[in-house]
Structures are given as structure tokens and as C-alpha cells.
Write a protein that binds this ligand. Structure first.
Ligand SMILES: [Ca+2]
Length: 498
């Protein structure tokens, strides 16, 4: 019906009526969500009516990518509109967020927006010692808890906190809100998926995971946590609809990085940073569309600022997605959006001396090319614990069965050492299990040159001669002295300071 209404000419009247008003911004950020796992993206045994409502009323971006496969750098890139490697300590996990970097919520606040958040904002990071008055994503409105809390879910009542935030809005001011859902980040209440009625036999097991009952059950728990995110997003949409604000709100529904399973989150493989994303603002953009353009999180902050009529700060590397939103087309809307980039450094404390795993990647429509700068290190962290993979039933099962012939290739792809260069045809091999770097040297060479060109152009220390500076950055989350070497929380590692 919605598409027919547009065809009948109703939409232009709506578009003209509100285009002059500055739009509100609502970013709804799930934690650890891979691209297939909403119903609008075709996920099985997951029901996400709110995400689907945003997709149907707006644009479903089928090739959306976080700028990093881990929480903190991904969120920092979204907030600033910059590649992670231009963000110093904020480009790695659980370190400082330097005060000098301009973030869109603060810029919108200066332009008169009412700004706030619930749940997890930028981070995990230390913004206080860097001089921020509150989280860079906004001041927290976390006051209301769900009563009773839903089993296995975080106690925060995200939607109620959004309501409190709206109650405090100065009259006439547009708002900028960050809904940082803690789900579907681990830990999961084991068996909650099956207990809530999910059919384990209908779950689609990603190609990089073993197909066992334990893994299917773990996936069902993950899908159930996604639905908790969607439940609160739905309540927020309903609230905006009741107050007449929905059509003037740019709603972005997405996840900060891939699913917390071996071979996905914290890796540069496709399931590590390819995320679902839907964007809607019925008063501003035509809905009922899909975009197959390759878009990055770094293109959101520029779009928000442009839509609000606020100037862009210097140093943004992202390409604004606003032209895609303002288009009337579907499919590949602008051929210029033909590649995205990602970076990763340290994730958890998982290697001796608190070393990271430096890698960069470029993703085109057909290929994913990864450059690992320290291939002698373990991608998932040092054995025997592989701490860059969050603990859970699937990890435990794969470690216990690693020598089984059917499991070993999957184990090696997720837990093993990687070569300096990886190349995957993501159309044929979405699980990124068979590198073509040796078989297709011309493609690998072209993508390597393009990636290195972008890194040089944007001043990545990994290619300008100061790569080790990343190893010096302090970590403000718990550390593991049993790994040996430098393990002082909150301290720069003097061995790598220059
Ligand atoms: Ca995350």
C-alpha cells in the first residue's frame, strides 16, 4: 500500500511539508549483529517487525558496513565520520577517546539539538580522563529499569528512558538520541531461544560454523536477544508516531559489528563488519527502497550534519549517504559507492604484552581483501584461550572438537594464524573460508594497491612508519597478567612509545 501511495502522488506533499524542518536523529544500535539476522534481510527464525518497519518505510541498505569489527572503534568511526586509523586511541578497543575529535551529537547540540542516550554509547572507552563531560554519544538518560526484567536481558528499559529524554526536551528543539542496546552482546541465557519457541531445525547455520545442535541452540539464543533490541525499537517508533514526530525523524537501525561467534566479530571476515542497516524519515526520504551501494558507518555523521544544516568538521573521511537517502531510486543508486574500508587493532587483552592484531580491509561488491600487518600473531588471541573470541557454547564446542576432520578447517579459519594477505569472493564464499590470494594475484594486487592508497591518503600510522604506536595505547578494561609481559591497566606501554 505504501508504494502505491507514493505512486499516487501523496508522498511529494509530505516531503515538501516537512523538508524545511530540521530532522530529529535516532540511532538504534544493536551490539554484535551480523547482516543476515533481521527478518527484512531474510533471516530465519528471527522476527524483527520494528527493523522491518524502518526498512519498509525507508531504505534497506543491503551492503552496509561498520568501520571496524569491534565495538569501540566502530562506534567512534560512526560518531566522527572518520576511518578508525585516523582516531588515535579511539581507533582501538577500551582506550581513551581523545577530546579533540568532533562527534556529530556534540555538533548537533551546539546547533540547538536536545542530545542524549540510553544504554551503551561510544565504547568501551575512557572518555572521562580525556576530558569529555559525558559519553561522546550524549548524556545518559538511564534511569528506568524494566519491571520485571525479561529473562536473560539487560535490566534497562531503553524505550522508557527515551520517553524521559523526550519529556526533558526544550520546546521546539529537534532531538538527537542514541539507543545503544546491550543485546545481542554475550553472555546469553543458555537455552532461551529454544525455550521461547524457536525451531532449531529451521535455523540457518552460517557456513563458517559447524552444524551441531549446540551451535544451533547458541544461534537461537542470539536471535532471541536480537528480538529484544527490536522490541524496544518498536516502542520508540510507536512513541514517535503518537507524538507526531516520526515522519520528521531520521531513524537508523543497525548493529555496531558482527555476531559474537568464532569467525565473525573481531575478525575482518565478512560476518565481522557487514551489518544490517535500515534508514527511514518519511517526511524527508522516499521509502520502500533498497540500496545495494557499499556504504560505511563513516558516511552517517556527514549525512546527519548535512541534513541538520550544520557544517562538517575538518578531518571527516566518510562519504555522506544523504544523496542515497534523498534519491528516488533502488538498487545500485550511485556507482561511486563501490568500496568500503575497515581497520582493527587491539580488541581484548589476548596476547603477550597486550599486543593487538593489526589488519585493514577493503570490500567491493565481489571481493574482500584483507591485509594482516603482523601475520606471526594469532588472529583470535594467543592459545590456549583465544580471548578475542567471546566465550560461549559455540567457542567451547569448536575448541573441544578442533581435531575432528569436519571441524578442523572451520577451527583453523577462526582460531588459526592468517597469511599476510587474504582474498575472498564474497558472492561465492560469504563465509570467507577459501582465500584466493594465491590463485588470483591480479585481483589481490589491484585491491591491495587501492587499500594502501586509501591508507596513505588518510595518514594511517600502519603505512606511514609509526604503526607500533597502536601497541602503546593504554587499556582501561581488565587485563590478564597470565599472558605475560606488559599488563598495566590505564598505562601507555613504554616499549612502543616513540
Ligand atoms: Ca559490539
Amino acid at each position: 500500500m505504501r508504494r502505491r501511495a507514493f505512486a499516487a502522488g501523496l508522498a511529494p506533499a509530505i516531503l515538501c511539508g516537512q523538508a524545511s524542518r530540521r530532522p530529529n536523529i535516532l540511532v538504534a544500535m544493536a551490539d554484535d549483529l551480523s547482516y543476515p539476522h533481521t527478518s527484512a534481510m531474510g533471516g530465519s527464525e528471527v522476527n524483527t517487525p520494528a527493523f522491518d518497519r524502518v526498512a519498509e518505510g525507508g531504505v534497506l541498505f543491503r551492503n552496509a558496513f561498520a568501520a571496524s569489527p569491534g565495538c569501540a572503534p566502530s562506534r567512534a568511526a560512526l560518531l566522527t565520520g572518520r576511518h578508525t586509523w585516523t582516531l588515535e586511541e579511539a581507533g582501538t578497543h577500551a582506550s581513551l577517546f581523545p577530546r579533540k575529535f568532533a562527534v556529530y551529537p556534540e555538533l548537533l547540540g551546539k546547533a540547538g539539538y536536545h542530545v542524549g542516550l540510553t544504554g551503551k554509547g561510544a565504547g568501551p572507552c575512557n572518555y572521562k580522563d580525556a576530558g569529555w563531560p559525558h559519553n561522546p554519544a550524549g548524556a545518559s538518560y538511564d534511569t528506568v529499569k524494566e519491571t520485571p526484567p525479561r529473562p536473560g536481558m539487560h535490566a534497562l528499559d531503553y524505550a522508557a528512558n527515551f520517553g524521559r529524554f523526550l519529556d526533558k526536551r526544550p520546546k521546539g528543539a529537534p532531538f538527537c538520541f542514541w539507543f545503544g542496546c546491550h543485546e545481542p552482546h554475550r553472555v546469553y541465557k543458555k537455552g532461551i531461544g529454544a525455550a521461547s519457541g524457536k525451531r532449531l531445525d529451521r535455523i540457518v547455520v552460517p557456513p563458517f560454523l559447524p552444524d551441531t545442535i549446540e551451535v544451533r541452540s547458541d544461534l537461537a539464543d542470539y536471535l532471541t536477544e536480537i528480538e529484544h533490541f527490536d522490541l524496544h525499537l518498536g516502542r520508540m517508533l510507536d512513541l514517535l508516531s503518537r507524538t507526531g514526530e516520526l515522519d520528521n525523524t531520521i531513524v537508523v537501525a543497525t548493529g555496531d559489528n558482527g555476531m559474537s561467534f568464532p569467525g565473525a566479530k573481531a575478525t575482518m571476515k565478512d560476518f565481522g563488519w557487514h551489518v544490517p542497516m535500515a534508514v527511514m524519515a518519511k517526511g524527508h526520504f522516499r521509502g520502500g527502497r533498497v540500496s545495494d551501494d557499499l556504504v560505511s558507518f563513516t558516511g552517517l555523521a556527514p549525512a546527519f550534519l548535512e541534513a541538520a544544516g550544520a557544517p562538517r568538521p575538518a578531518g571527516q573521511t566518510g562519504r555522506s549517504v544523504l544523496p542515497l537517502l534523498r534519491s528516488a531510486r533502488s538498487g545500485v543508486i550511485d556507482g561511486g559507492f563501490n568500496a568500503v574500508y575497515a581497520g582493527r587493532e587491539r580488541h581484548s587483552h589476548s596476547r603477550r604484552d597486550n599486543l593487538g592484531y593489526p589488519a585493514r580491509a577493503i570490500r567491493t561488491r565481489e571481493y574482500l581483501y584483507i591485509r594482516n600487518f603482523q601475520p606471526s600473531r594469532w588472529m583470535a588471541g594467543d592459545p590456549p584461550s583465544f580471548h578475542d573470541i567471546d566465550d560461549g557454547p559455540t567457542k567451547q564446542w569448536m575448541m573441544a572438537h578442533r581435531d575432528a576432520s569436519a571441524v578442523k578447517p572451520l577451527f583453523d579459519a577462526a582460531f588459526g594464524k592468517m597469511p599476510a594477505e587474504e582474498l575472498y569472493n564474497v558472492r561465492l564464499d560469504p563465509g570467507c573460508l577459501r582465500s584466493l590470494a594465491g590463485e588470483q594475484p591480479r585481483v589481490a594486487g589491484e585491491l591491495s594497491a587501492r587499500l594502501m592508497g586509501e591508507l596513505r591518503r588518510t595518514g594511517d600510522p600502519r603505512v606511514t612508519g609509526r604503526g607500533d604506536v597502536w601497541e602503546s595505547y593504554p587499556r582501561f578494561s581488565p587485563m590478564r597478567p597470565e599472558l605475560g609481559g606488559f599488563a598495566e591497566q590505564g598505562k601507555y606501554n613504554p616499549a612502543f612509545q616513540k
